[in-house]
Design a protein around this ligand. Structure first.
Ligand SMILES: C[S@@+](CC[C@H](N)C(=O)[O-])C[C@H]1O[C@@H](n2cnc3c(N)ncnc32)[C@H](O)[C@@H]1O
Ligand SMILES: [Zn+2]
Length: 228
């Protein structure tokens, strides 16, 4: 990773990072943190074998995947897959189209890459996390469900309104080798309806992690590494 890491600095990598709010919070906690996203160039496209090979060879202390949820999320309204067809619809299904099947396959490649990387880190004793919305079909994949049963894997429910957002958005983390992640768990206890409803263009903006969430997350990770 570049630029050079200073003595004693821990390294962090954010993938599918969007604007990189997680990595920037980690930098505030003095991690050597970088963020990658296809938006920064095709060399960051995780569906490419060359990109995947580069990540597999990296030695990083903590990795976070904000896995692209386009084809897995409930917002896709079952266009690409369903509980009964988790890998995408077969050709003879009424919801199948060539275009959708190509997009679903890209989603499958990304999910596979993320699960491969997560397992690699899990078995190497490294910290790794994956985020996806609560209703995402990613959580229903057999491989994900098996990982969630692993004693070194935490499943962390998070509601953005508890981190200062005006709307309700439930997301989930799967975390390897860091039980401290449970301190991020939160549940909506709002007495009435939320001041804002998430719809239309707001939904894309809402993919960005709330500043309070990433600040607490980075601070907890900093405490974790300083206690080692
Ligand atoms: C849900 S957004 C992540 C938002 C991020 N967590 C944040 O706080 O801003 C998913 C990201 O995955 C990226 N992405 C989509 N396909 C990709 C690919 N093939 N390789 C790398 N990144 C990709 C998108 O550009 C998008 O920024
Ligand atoms: Zn709430």
């Amino acid at each position: 990773m570049s630029p050079a890491v200073s003595d004693g600095q821990h390294t962090a990598l954010e993938l599918y990072a969007g604007t990189g709010v997680w990595a920037r919070s980690m930098q505030h906690q003095n991690f050597h943190a970088v963020y990658h996203d296809i938006l920064l160039g095709s060399e960051f496209d995780v569906t490419l074998p060359s990109t995947q090979a580069r990540y597999a060879a990296l030695d990083v202390d903590v990795t976070h995947h904000g896995l692209e949820c386009r084809t897995f999320s409930v917002a896709a309204n079952g266009k690409y897959r369903s509980k009964d067809f988790l890998q995408g619809y077969p050709r003879n299904h009424p919801r199948w189209t060539r275009k959708r099947s190509i997009i679903a396959k890209q989603g499958n490649v990304m999910a596979k890459f993320t699960l491969d990387d997560f397992e690699r880190k899990l078995f190497a004793g490294k910290l790794c996390s994956v985020e996806n919305p609560a209703g995402s079909l990613f959580w229903k994949l057999r491989r994900t469900m098996r990982l969630l049963d692993h004693p070194q894997v935490e499943f962390v429910p998070i509601c953005y309104c508890t981190y200062g957002r005006n709307y309700k958005k439930n997301t989930r983390l799967m975390v390897a080798n860091w039980s401290g992640a449970q301190q991020l768990a939160s549940k909506c206890t709002c007495p009435e309806n939320h001041p804002e409803i998430l719809m239309g263009s707001k939904t894309a903006k809402a993919a960005e992690y709330p500043p309070r969430l990433v600040a607490k997350w980075a601070s907890l990770l900093s405490q974790h590494f300083s206690s080692m």
